[in-house]
Write a protein that binds this ligand. Structure first.
Ligand code: COA
Length: 258
């Protein structure tokens, strides 16, 4: 697929995906969703450590769904728009390698939801988080009512969702929405540092961690059973033998991802 709204570059075996619609504060239109869907299903190089998602320019990570595409939406087409966005964000949440949002500015509405679909969030000092949909007469449609509760708890999530308040990076960190706060411009570097550390670990184990933690939030999945099976699967890898042998031999493990 020819990407027009996202830029993809690779550094140190890490994919850096930049939402690149700076004039519209990187708002997510249909085309951008299609490109993200493609990237997270088949577009990424295979042997990467993980992915960093960020926004072009200094002002915005993503300022939401593209409000200019809301014109003419009816109940059915709006539900379809929501379903499409949910699928794309689920593909990020279920991606088998770590995905970190490097939040460089406004992360509002769909932008906050995109950041929350990622496995971690590094906020720059200029980052602002919020779910302002009630200002427009709608609600979040890309998982905001679910993932915000998971990350910061019911009471505070209800407050942010109903007041449309925007919070700064430090507050997001205090609430558990941001994993780290860094100086403006340092977001991608910090995300890279985290991914490079994860890159020294066994890839199958990392993938299984993502699956198991996601299983906790699946109402129809027994997370403990899921973990038992996943533990068995990791123990059946060459990397487990290598990791255990390296410990005994007091050397650094060389993981192969199998
Ligand atoms: N969808 C489409 N376009 C958007 C957008 C969005 N979600 N957010 C910003 N833009 C566009 C603006 O329309 C403007 O375009 P224009 O220059 O063609 O008029 C441009 O980005 C710059 O935005 P502007 O509002 O002029 O910047 P600002 O600094 O005054 O305010 C924000 C920044 C983020 C506070 C403001 O843009 C905003 O509230 N955006 C909408 C956030 C939102 O409600 N998101 C949830 C959507 S469901």
């Amino acid at each position: 697929m020819d990407y027009q709204n996202i830029l993809v570059r690779y550094e140190d075996n890490i994919a850096i995906v930049t939402i690149n619609r700076e004039k519209a504060l990187n708002a997510l239109n249909r085309r951008t969703f299609a490109e993200l869907r493609h990237f997270f299903s088949e577009g990424a190089e295979k042997n990467i450590i993980g992915v960093i998602v960020t926004g072009a320019g200094e002002k915005a990570f993503v300022a939401g769904a593209d409000i200019k595409e809301f014109d003419g939406l009816d109940q059915e087409s709006a539900a379809q728009l929501s379903r499409n966005g949910q699928e794309v964000f689920l593909s990020i949440e279920r991606y088998d390698k770590p995905v970190i949002a490097a939040v460089n500015g406004f992360a509002l509405g769909g932008g906050c939801e995109l950041a929350m679909a990622c496995h971690m969030r590094v906020a720059g000092g200029k980052a602002r988080f919020g779910q302002p949909e009630v200002n427009l007469g709608i609600i979040p449609g890309y998982g905001g009512t679910q993932r915000l509760v998971q990350l910061i708890g019911k009471g505070k999530a209800l407050e942010l969702l109903m007041t449309a308040d925007m919070i700064k990076a430090d507050e997001a960190h205090r609430l558990g929405l941001a994993n780290h706060v860094v100086e403006p411009g340092e977001e991608v570097a910090k995300a890279k540092e985290i991914l490079l550390k994860i890159g020294t670990k066994a890839p199958v184990a990392v993938a299984k961690i993502i699956e198991c933690v996601n299983a906790y939030f699946e109402p129809l999945v027994n997370g403990i059973e899921y973990e038992i099976n996943a533990f068995g699967e990791t123990a059946n890898t060459e990397d487990f033998k290598e990791g255990a042998a390296a410990f005994v031999e007091k050397r650094k493990a060389e993981f192969k991802g199998r």
